[in-house]
Design a protein around this ligand. Structure first.
Ligand code: ATP
Ligand code: MG
Ligand code: MG
Ligand code: MG
Length: 480
C-alpha cells in the first residue's frame, strides 16, 4: 500500500464512524506560551479539551504535522541513529470531544489495524497504565484493561508506568492515562534469539510503538496539581511513517515511500549510496529528515533566526549541513535542491508547501551557504589547534575563542574533538563564557548560547530574513 493510500484509509475509516476530516494545523504556535511547536495531534485542540471552545463536530480526524525538537518531547539526538524517530512527522488522529470514550476508541483502533489494514493480530501488543504512587496517586486503568481483554489475549496486555502510559503534552495542559499499541516487526532471526518472550518497544527497537490512545480526563495546572476536565475526551496519535513501515513490510521508516524519493535524490546529488556505510547512512537519514522539518517550518512562516523557535529551526538545518559537510563531502549548498522532491510528494496533502516553495528554497540555500563558510573557516582553525596540542585535552579558552571570534559552535567542536579522540576543558570554557556574559549586557538581547554566527556579512543575511519574514504569507488553511 502506498503511503498516500495508507493516510487516506485512516481518514476515511474514521469518516465512516462519523468523524469530520480536518486539515493539519500549522506547526508553529504563535500564541501558546507553553509550547513552541505543535508536538502532538492534540496541541491545536487544547481549547476544545479544556472546554473553552466548541468544535462543529465533536468527532474529528486528521493528520497533524508534529515537531519534536524542544521541550518535553525532544527526539533530535535520536534522529538519524535510530530508524523510527523523526524531528517532523505526521500524527494521524481521531478525536472525541466529550463524545465516545475508551470502549469505542479501543474497538475502532483494533478494527482498523487488524481488519482494514490487515495487520496480523499475533504481531500486536498493547499497554495499559499501571497507576502511580507519586504525588498524583493515580489508579490503574482497569477500564482500558477490561476493554482490551475483549480483543486480545491477556498475555499481550502489558502494564506500563507513568513515563510511557500517562500522556502529557507539556508541563501544563490536558492529560490522561493511555494505551499504546506496539507492532512486532522483528525478522525471524531476531525472534529466534529471544524465543517466546513478550516484548514491546522498550525491550527491542523493532517492536515499534505505532499508536497511542490517550484517555483525556485531567488538566495539569501550573502549580502541578491535576484537576478533572469538565468532560472526558479521546485523543489518539498514530505515527504515520511508522504505520507505513509496518504496512510496507520494511524495517525502517527510511525504507518507506515517504523517504525513499528524498534519499534517492540525495544519492544522486552527492554520488553516495545509501546502505553501504553506517556514517554515510546516518548522514543521509539526518538530511532526509531535517529537510522536511525545516521546509515545513518555513512554509508555516517560521524562518531560521537567532532567537526562539527560529533558532531551533536554524540549529536543525545546521545539523543537516554539518552531516552533509563531514560525511557526504558536500561543501556547497545542496539541501535546498531536495525541496522539489518534497513538494512533488507532499504538496497535495500539504498545499502550503507548494505555495511557499520558492521561499523555502531561497531561505535554505542562503542559510546553507552562510553556515558552510563558517564551517570551512572553523575547521581549518580546529585542525591547527589539534595539530599543535601536546595533550589529548584542548584548552577551554581555545574552544571559546573559536566560538566567540569565529562563530564555530561549541557542540560541533565537541563532536569533532571526540571523533578524533580528544576532549576539551569544559570548566575553562564555561568560565570564559560567564566572563563574557558579564561583560556584554546588550548581548542578552540576542540568544547566542551556541551556533551563533558572528561573521559580519552573516549578520546582514539574517537581517534579510527578518525582512523576508514580514513577507511570508501564512496560509490560514485550517477550518474546523
Ligand atoms: P516513542 O516512545 O517511540 O518515543 P512516544 O511515546 O513518545 O513514542 P507519543 O507521544 O505517544 O509517542 O506519540 C504518538 C505516536 O506518534 C507514537 O505512538 C509514534 O507512533 C509517533 N511518534 C512519536 N514520536 C515520534 C517521532 N519522533 N517520530 C516519528 N513518530 C513518532
Ligand atoms: Mg518519545
Ligand atoms: Mg512511547
Ligand atoms: Mg506513546
Amino acid at each position: 500500500m502506498k503511503s498516500q493510500d495508507i493516510r487516506n484509509t485512516f481518514l476515511n475509516f474514521f469518516e465512516e464512524k462519523k468523524h469530520s476530516i480536518v486539515p493539519s494545523a500549522p506547526m508553529v504556535l504563535k500564541d501558546d506560551p507553553t509550547l513552541m511547536f505543535v508536538n502532538s495531534g492534540m496541541a491545536p485542540f487544547k481549547e476544545f479539551f479544556l472546554g473553552n471552545a466548541q468544535p462543529k463536530n465533536n468527532r474529528l480526524t486528521d493528520t497533524q504535522k508534529c515537531l519534536r525538537v524542544s521541550g518535553k518531547h525532544n527526539d533530535l539526538e535520536e534522529v538519524g541513529y535510530d530508524t523510527y524517530h523523526h524531528t517532523l512527522f505526521e500524527m494521524l488522529g481521531n478525536w472525541s470531544f466529550g463524545d465516545y470514550f475508551k470502549k469505542e476508541a479501543i474497538a475502532w483502533a483494533w478494527e482498523l489495524l487488524t481488519e482494514k489494514f490487515g495487520i496480523d493480530k499475533d504481531l500486536l501488543y498493547v499497554t495499559v497504565f499501571e497507576g502511580s504512587d507519586d504525588a498524583d496517586k493515580l489508579p490503574m486503568d482497569q477500564e482500558a484493561y477490561d476493554f482490551w481483554k475483549g480483543h486480545i489475549s491477556e498475555d499481550r496486555i502489558l502494564m506500563g508506568n507513568k513515563n510511557d502510559n500517562f500522556w502529557e503534552m507539556g508541563d501544563q495542559g490536558p492529560c490522561g492515562p493511555c494505551s499504546e499499541i506496539h507492532v512486532d516487526i522483528r525478522s525471524a532471526e531476531e525472534k529466534a534469539k529471544v524465543d517466546g518472550k513478550t516484548l514491546i518497544n522498550r525491550d527491542h527497537p523493532q517492536v515499534v510503538e505505532i499508536w497511542n490512545l490517550v484517555f483525556m480526563q485531567y488538566n495539569r495546572k501550573a502549580n502541578k496539581s491535576l484537576e478533572n476536565l469538565p468532560d472526558k475526551h479521546i485523543d489518539t496519535g498514530m505515527g504515520f511513517e511508522r504505520l507505513c513501515m509496518v504496512m510496507q513490510g520494511v524495517q525502517s521508516n527510511y525504507d518507506t515511500d515517504v523517504f525513499t524519493p528524498i534519499i534517492r535524490e540525495i544519492e544522486t546529488i552527492t554520488d553516495k549510496e545509501y546502505g553501504k556505510n553506517e556514517k554515510v547512512d546516518v548522514a543521509i537519514r539526518v538530511i532526509s529528515d531535517h529537510v522536511r522539518a525545516v521546509s515545513f517550518s518555513i512554509a508555516d512562516g517560521q524562518l531560521p533566526s537567532n532567537t526562539g523557535a527560529g533558532y531551533v529551526i536554524r540549529r536543525i538545518l545546521r545539523r543537516a549541513v554539518r552531516y552533509g559537510f563531514t560525511f557526504l563531502d558536500k561543501k556547497e549548498p545542496f539541501i535546498y535542491r531536495l525541496v522539489e522532491v518534497l513538494v512533488t510528494q507532499m504538496g497535495q496533502t500539504f498545499p502550503e508547501l507548494k505555495v511557499q516553495r520558492q521561499l523555502v528554497e531561497n531561505v535554505i540555500k542562503e542559510e546553507e551557504a552562510s553556515f558552510l563558510r563558517t564551517l570551512d573557516q572553523g575547521l581549518i582553525l580546529l585542525d591547527r589547534i589539534i595539530e599543535n596540542s601536546q595533550t589529548k585535552e584542548i584548552s577551554g579558552t581555545k574552544v571559546f575563542e573559536l566560538k566567540d571570534t569565529y562563530g564555530f559552535p561549541e557542540d560541533l567542536t565537541d563532536l569533532i574533538l571526540r571523533e578524533n579522540g580528544y576532549t576539551y576543558n569544559h570548566g575553562d570554557f564555561d568560565k570564559k563564557l560567564k566572563e563574557q556574559q558579564g561583560r556584554g549586557k546588550e548581548a542578552s538581547q540576542l540568544k547566542s548560547d551556541d551556533w551563533t554566527v558572528l561573521i559580519e556579512d552573516e549578520e546582514q543575511e539574517f537581517i534579510g530574513y527578518d525582512t523576508l519574514e514580514a513577507q511570508v504569507k501564512i496560509a490560514k488553511y485550517r477550518k474546523v
